[in-house]
Write a protein that binds this ligand. Structure first.
Ligand code: NAD
Ligand code: IPM
Ligand code: MN
Length: 353
């Protein structure tokens, strides 16, 4: 029996509603498979935990997470309780950085029965590879003068290793897909980091002569995601550009509530972390309205990560059988609850076996 040990961090808001549902789905998938089991250990780290303990996770939190095969996270953030920059940097971003999860893989494609807001989306199927540990999210800078001359300085750090890593990952992925990588740049307006980004992209592309490439300014690329998403295969982007592009990717799929993501540690030293694109959605918390598909599709990415791609496809098929029948939450125009949708997916998982 192959047993996968998972550290669950439901976190805040709807994270606490969708993580337990996705765990139920994973348990059902394991049952169908037979030779596979998931053990979940849940950690209560959240903004409420912060109010009680003054920290988002204990001092040895990373040590506690480390022995697990993967981390399954819902969402972090409750601005009524804790400022976002404290809660996110004390948990989510800290884990991404300390566990060297330098790749954030975020696919976007149309699921059966789900209406894209685009009039003519064609059949898009793209993956954004987002740099996940440096760039615009570097914690270097400061604030000076508490008067009318006040200045805030935010530095963006682009290292060669940190820039090459997502690019190589994007090329390797494209080789298994449709063989095309698009680089998101802004070298017309940003004078140091982006010309460097372009140069590294050009150099890395030389190692993959069979892969087609192009480079688009991020502003134009954001528009192309809306006007012609089917033109893209793999897109590699810096941390902030990738963050913004993937919310657009989620929107054109139909809802941010269905968009999955994987924070991947590529050197094998630490566990990878699986968390959907969406946040804690304070506006719908506690109402049964949270779409569980983002978290469940994220679980599918975790299956892929553990070499269970066939099971992953099986799970995505089950999700699509449910969306095709119109069993969806309110964000997709339906009237079903978080639990209804999950139950329907579990039924499909069992029925298909
Ligand atoms: P959000 O993704 O939480 O919500 C944006 C909109 O999408 C809201 O209207 C929300 O109701 C809707 N939505 C999100 N997920 C949904 C789902 N599963 N089903 C149905 N509707 C869904 O983004 P936000 O409002 O900018 O952020 C809220 C909080 O979450 C903030 O504290 C933010 O910092 C945090 N956040 C955390 C993560 C993370 O932990 N990975 C990601 C994004 C935002
Ligand atoms: C995401 C989120 C986070 C990010 C925030 C909450 C810090 O938007 O995972 O996309 O910007 O990475
Ligand atoms: Mn985001």
């Amino acid at each position: 029996m192959k047993c996968i040990n998972i550290a669950s961090i439901p976190g805040d808001g709807i994270g606490r509603e969708v993580v337990p549902q996705a765990e139920r789905v994973l348990k059902a998938v394991a049952e169908v498979h037979g030779g596979l089991d998931f053990q979940f250990r849940s950690f209560p780290w959240s903004c409420e935990y912060y109010l009680e303990h003054g920290v988002m996770m204990p001092e040895d939190g990373l040590e506690q997470l480390k022995p697990h095969d993967a981390i399954f996270l819902g969402a972090v953030g409750n601005q009524h309780l804790v400022p976002d920059h404290i809660s996110l940097w004390g948990l989510l971003i800290q884990i991404r950085r300390e566990f060297e999860q330098s790749i954030n893989m975020r696919p976007a494609k149309q699921l059966a029965g789900i209406q894209s807001p685009l009039l003519n989306p064609k059949d898009f199927d793209l993956v954004v590879i987002r740099e996940n540990s440096e760039g615009e999210y570097s914690s270097i800078g400061g604030r000076i003068h508490q008067n009318e001359d006040e200045v805030a300085i935010q530095n963006a750090v682009f290292t060669r290793k940190g820039t090459e890593r997502p690019m190589r990952y994007a090329f390797e992925l494209a080789a298994k897909r449709r063989g095309h990588v698009t680089s998101a740049t802004k070298s017309n307006g940003i004078v140091y980091s982006m010309p460097f980004w372009d140069q590294v992209f050009e150099e890395v592309s030389q190692e993959y002569p069979s892969i087609k490439t192009d480079s688009q300014h991020i502003d134009a690329l954001a528009a192309f995601f809306v006007t012609k998403p089917a033109a893209f295969d793999v897109i590699v982007a810096s941390n902030l550009f990738g963050d913004i592009l993937t919310d657009i990717g989620a929107a054109i799929m139909g809802s941010i509530g269905i968009a999955p993501a994987a924070n991947i540690n590529v050197n094998g030293k630490y566990p990878s972390m699986f968390e959907p694109v969406h946040g804690s959605a304070p506006d719908i918390v506690g109402k049964g309205l949270a779409n569980p598909i983002g978290q469940i599709w994220t679980a599918k990415m975790m299956l892929d990560h553990f070499g269970e791609a066939e099971l992953g496809t099986y799970l995505l098929d089950a999700i699509e059988s449910v969306t095709a029948k119109g069993i969806v939450t309110a964000d997709l125009g339906g009237s079903y609850s978080t639990e209804d949708v999950t139950n329907a997916i579990i039924e499909e998982v069992k029925r298909k076996s």
